[in-house]
Design a protein around this ligand. Sequence first.
Ligand code: DON
Length: 572
Amino acid sequence: MQQPWKITRRLLVASMLLSSLIGCGGDDNDPAPLTAGAVSSPDRFGAETAQQILQSGGNAVDAGVAVGFALAVTLPAAGNIGGGGFMTIYMDGKPYFVDYREKAPGAATPTMYLDASGNVIPRLSLDGSLAAGVPGTVAGLHAAHQRFGRLSWRQVLAPAISYARNGFVAYSTATPTSASSRANFNNYFGGKMVSGQLFKQPELADTLQRISDTGPDDFYKGQTADLLVAQMARTNGLISKADLANYQAVWREPVSIDWNGYMVYTAPPPSSGGFGIGQLLKMKRFLAPQFAAAPLNSAQYLHLTAEMEKRLFADRAQYLGDADFYQVPMDQLLSDDYLQRRAAEVSLSAPTPLANVRPGLGTDLPVPATADEKPQTTHFSIVDRWGNAVSNTYTLNGGYGSGIVVEGAGFLLNNEMDDFAAKPGVPNQFGVVGADANSIQPNKRPLSSMSPTIATKEGKVALVLGTPGGSRIFTSVYQVLVNTLDYNLPIAQAQALPRFHHQLLPDNVIEYEASKFPAAVAADLTLRGWIMRDGVNGGLNIEAVQVVGDTPVPVTDPRSPNGVALVVPPIP
Ligand code: DON
């Protein structure tokens, strides 16, 4: 749903008189804005929250933090305080990145999901307390707010507390994606969160109120921490009081890619997103003549892109992990020299056989295998009246995470531990493999694909976007970026175009939105040796804001059933 907002002169004057703003991201002498900003959110509660905060004088970070907490209430399958994520910020002309990814508990070990024979125990890294990493969301949202917020912490928590305390009309029914034993989940959600009915969460309201009163200390050192650790004791989890007390969100340099007059800012390790987007953009540049001869989304276009993706996923499996624990050779992996060589390896007609695709810096690939399951993550994009932006992706990993609700605190715990390589070469739920770089170690962050991205032109925000989808995230973000920045398509069109994905394993499989591509495209690729498979699991709900001139154009993905895009008027 898109809702362009018409504004009268009178409203503009009213907004000038009423706004007396100080602090980050704004100036009292700014001319009256045409809008208070714009938001693209996975649900209407997130959009309404952003509207409320932006209209109260909040900037994009205030709104982003408030939406992060609100979706923890209204979108419990993915929104969270028991998970983690990444926020890319563009504030006063500079890019920033907050890493609030979960960490492995201090008692985690490299073999914790293996049986006595060294085989991975199915679902142990997905279901139950052992699957949970130390949550980062509260620390991350707090770090962003501390540094850039203009409104009070209480103000940004208020909408979430209200949804939890007073309830909201649910638009989906809580059903965990796995049928395994989830008694704890069912006690809390079972039969209560039903589409179309008012759903109240008094325990979660109390938790959010404590966080509002005492900041992250309650969550990491106080009553909520005690409740979480008690839950671990009841259900054989590993997260300790020390793990919680030691958790820190980290400010990192975003990956920045100079792209045809744009700067693209996106996620560094422990995400593979910025690496993936950077490799794809640069290989595409070195294949410019080949792409010029391949119309957008033609068979040859898909072929060339999938060939590039083969190489990037070989590198991802070998070299990507938490850079605080493993020396990720990001500079080399994103260097022009290296990517020129990798682009030159791309076959122009048929898929390169797996045996010939090696990680580019040397050594072997993990053994191929496949796996898949229905996951959940969520993204929102916000711009404010001063031209600042927030691009935020956060997750419990699987839908409703581990299925474990912290009793007495009313929130779900993630199952992010599955994003580690439980064993070299054995795929996780997204079918991707890893090696030492992404092995389990105490306090390490599992490798992510989340890619909250902001593109700027001449220092001004041009595009804010991101999506759920596990390993499909950055190939989807890449496609929408290219459709917009290279092919100059308006964001709504860029986003609606059909998507596709390849990730080296399974061998030669291209996932694609079959109903949206001409049959001839799949037929051509099949003849070349690609295996065409319908669907791009996840990776589809791009929530984006393009800024055209000074006008924000928020769009929600046509594939996103509950997404809401809103241009926010300055004063109600
Ligand atoms: O961090 C990651 O890459 C995954 N845990 C994200 C999971 C996800 O996107 C699931 N959504 N469809």
